[in-house]
Design a binder for this molecule. Structure first.
Ligand code: GRF
Length: 193
């Protein structure tokens, strides 16, 4: 049974969908992967509440140790983590951690990479840029994590239309629907590869 750590800095709506999906798979197949750790850098983040409600241990990480210490690799290995999901995790992942989980770490980005990725491109900044550039479509990208921000091999993309009257908020909602629809199933598949 593969064990997953979800890294999140925010509300954790994707984490919740993934947890629920894997729990429902587990009822049919005991070998289904499980979310066994939530990793977070913000004590006030909603995702920590989701972890507690689901009896999943959480690890609150510190900047100094993450960037200049061991990047928590020992803790992740000690917890038998096989696979890492970045779902709204806003710190750049240190190279040592990326190497330790080569092709065992994926990210979800709320736009169609390679456009609208990179440093500073998160949350509403992404949707604002998409609307400003009068794009006709946006969507989600699930990709492996490599050493460059939002750059690793693309695994899956799904699209939605951008209408003339969309605001960053309405577009964010459309994109979130896609995330919740596609991310849990992609995780269950990829974590077992
Ligand atoms: C998602 O939009 C994801 O694409 C981005 O961060 C957001 C996380 O949202 N990387 P949530 O915390 O899962 O609700």
């Amino acid at each position: 049974m593969k064990q997953i750590a979800i890294f999140s800095s925010g509300t954790g709506s994707n984490a919740k969908k993934i947890i629920d999906h894997l729990l429902s798979l587990k009822k049919k197949n005991n070998a289904a992967p499980v979310v066994s750790l939530i990793v977070c850098n913000k004590p006030e983040a909603g995702v920590l509440k989701i972890a507690a409600e689901n009896n999943i241990p959480s690890l609150l990480i510190e900047k100094e140790k993450f960037f200049r210490g061991n990047a928590y690799i020992e803790e992740l290995k000690a917890a038998d983590i096989d696979f890492i999901i970045l779902a709204g995790f806003l710190w750049k992942v240190p190279v040592a951690l990326i190497k330790a989980f080569h092709r065992k770490m994926i990210n979800i980005h709320p736009a169609l990479l390679p456009k609208y990725g990179g440093k500073g491109m998160y949350g509403n900044f992404v949707h604002e840029a998409v609307i400003t550039n009068k794009e006709k479509e946006s969507g989600i990208t699930i990709h492996y994590v490599d050493e460059v921000y939002d750059h690793g091999q693309i695994i899956l993309q799904a699209t939605c239309l951008v209408s003339d009257d969309d605001t960053p908020e309405t577009l964010a909602k459309k994109v979130q629907v896609l995330e919740h629809r596609h991310f849990p199933a992609a995780v269950s598949l990829l974590a077992t590869l």
